[in-house]
Design a protein around this ligand. Structure first.
Ligand code: C2O
Length: 544
């Protein structure tokens, strides 16, 4: 076990893509940002210094932050932002996790340009539970904006216009040859014949779930959200923003006399406008003979709204559940919760311009509460017993009233604004059903939980049936992850053990929905034993 130190300088950098040059907020001038590599058990010290005029925070997406919530990163949830000229050292130990994760800015829409891979290798001399790859290659999916995404967000939150806001998708920051003025900005993966490569795939896009495929090649899924899975073969994968997956790519045994496109494009379930463009990279085989004009093969991706592919794919994902890597699914449940998630409308504040129906504002909510970001950090308020006027500890355990969630929406789609926390005693085992609703059109939502992994024990379409559906729950080898797609017009059931004291954010990882309020937070109380308590805040924790 080692301590690994990194320095992140938040600075502006001019970046050019699609013949547009934009000054962007970056880490160390890099787009995407630097790669962090550590081993399970290591301590990470990442010193972040802010040299730009925007406030910033960094989140280590998928890291459980056992008792170290001060290093989690979501602005106004676990910390106040790092202001211009300030420095904060994120200090945490990676406990019981290994795999592909990523880090990103967690304030406003800055994660559009502030993100990078976070790779946790197994402990020294501990092998993977699959063939040792010849090489490992991270491929991080992102979005490119010709204009400043910070300006787009205020517009998107007001108009409720769909998330058609970026100009291209990218692989490692490169849009690829299918866009205008972009051929030279293409991600190229050079491979040798007859080898096994481990691709570490990360979806860091702001607003789109993406299909991914490589022409004429099969991918073997071995890991999802930094948890080993039962391996299976597929031509195409689906990855929601916030999700990561490792796949094995076995290259052809002989030089194939061809090159192959790898590409990604969105899976879309809502109505409205969206970006349906395609990012492409090139897989090329090394050879000693120089060959010109090799044929180029293109993959066939599912159609934009292929929900049947998506649900089949997610049903195939199972925890490895081996002796070394067991699936510790909570069997006895202390708290059963039912949350509706959806889009709707909320009262318009006086100083706002609201373009929703009848002068309302577009809102997204969980159990009819549209989350309002406080102006001080929730974790500090909790730790210093100063919750008065900051948050309410009474998050509703059920929706306000029952309706046919996936049928005709009720006349009254109003939600309330609030900063409410769901309080859990230490070690509570939770079962949470997330039900999508049809208000303003059903849409799939990738829900992300900070501080924990959870098990996806069930999912289905239509309204969740509390009498029938639990009978089909998988309590043996369900997939364990940190971000799950709640199907459009359907539900998922998850289980987790609240064994990590702190304040933990849960939100839709589609940035436009987070902006509308599709988020809430959990407050997990300290346990009795000394090692069940939240650590004290670090001395350099930023102040609001
Ligand atoms: Cu990757 Cu709260 O986010």
């Amino acid at each position: 076990e080692t301590t690994r130190s990194y320095e992140f300088n938040i600075q502006l950098q001019n970046v050019t893509r699609l013949c547009h040059t934009r000054s962007m907020v970056t880490v160390n001038g890099k787009f995407p940002g630097p790669r962090i590599v550590a081993r399970e058990g290591d301590r990470l010290l990442i010193k972040v210094t802010n040299h730009v005029s925007n406030n910033i925070t960094i989140h280590w997406h998928g890291i459980k932050q056992l008792r170290s919530g001060w290093a989690d990163g979501p602005a106004y949830i676990t910390q106040c932002p790092i202001q211009t000229g300030q420095t904060y050292v994120y200090n945490y130990t990676v406990v019981g996790q290994r795999g592909t994760l990523f880090w990103h800015a967690h304030i406003s829409w800055l994660r559009a340009s502030v993100y990078g891979p976070l790779i946790i290798l197994p402990k020294l001399n501990v092998p993977y539970p699959f063939i040792k790859p010849y090489k490992e290659v991270p491929i991080i999916f992102g979005e490119w904006f010709n204009n400043d995404p910070e300006a787009i967000i205020s517009q998107a939150t007001q108009t409720g216009g769909g998330p058609n806001v970026s100009d291209a998708y990218t692989f490692n920051g490169l849009p690829g040859p299918l866009y205008n003025c972009s051929a030279k900005d293409t991600f190229r993966l050079k491979v040798k014949s007859g080898k096994t490569y481990l691709l570490r795939l990360i979806n860091a896009a702001l607003n789109d779930e993406l299909f991914f495929s490589i022409a004429n090649h099969t991918l073997t899924i071995v890991e999802a959200d930094a948890v080993y899975v039962k391996p299976f073969d597929t031509k195409t994968i689906i990855l929601a923003p916030g999700q990561t997956t490792n796949v094995l790519l076995k290259t052809k045994s002989r030089f194939p006399n061809a090159t192959f496109l790898m590409s990604a494009r969105p899976y879309v379930t809502g109505q409205g406008t969206f970006d349906n463009s395609t990012v492409a990279g090139i897989l090329e085989y090394e050879t000693s003979i120089h060959m010109k004009n090799l044929p180029l093969f293109k993959p066939i991706l599912p159609s934009l709204n292929d929900t049947s592919f998506v649900s089949k794919f997610s049903n195939r994902l199972r925890s490895l559940g081996s002796v070394e890597f067991p699936a510790n699914v909570p069997q006895k449940i202390d708290k059963k919760l039912f949350f509706t998630i959806g889009l709707g409308t909320a009262p318009c504040a006086q100083n706002q311009t609201c373009q929703g129906p009848n002068g309302t504002r577009f809102a997204a909510s969980i159990n009819n509460v549209s989350f309002v970001q406080p102006s001080v950090a929730l974790l500090q308020s909790h730790f210093y017993n100063k919750s008065e006027g900051v948050y309410s500890p009474y998050f509703p355990i059920n929706p306000l009233h029952w309706f046919n969630y996936t049928g005709t929406p009720p006349n009254n789609t109003f939600v309330s604004n609030g900063t409410k926390l769901m309080v859990l005693p230490f070690n509570t085992s939770v079962e949470l059903v997330l039900q999508d609703t049809s208000i303003l059109g059903a849409e799939s939502h990738p829900l992300h939980l900070h501080g924990f992994n959870f098990f996806v024990v069930g999912q289905g379409f239509g309204n969740y049936n509390p009498k029938k559906d639990p009978k089909n729950f998988n309590l043996v080898d369900p997939i364990e992850r940190n971000t799950v797609g709640v199907p459009s017009g359907g539900w998922v059931a998850i289980r987790f053990l609240a064994d990590n004291p702190g304040v933990w954010f849960m939100h839709c990882h589609l940035e436009v929905h987070t902006g509308w309020g599709l988020k809430m937070a959990w407050l997990v109380l300290d346990g009795k034993l000394p090692n069940q308590k939240l650590l004290p805040p670090p001395a350099d924790l930023p102040k609001c």
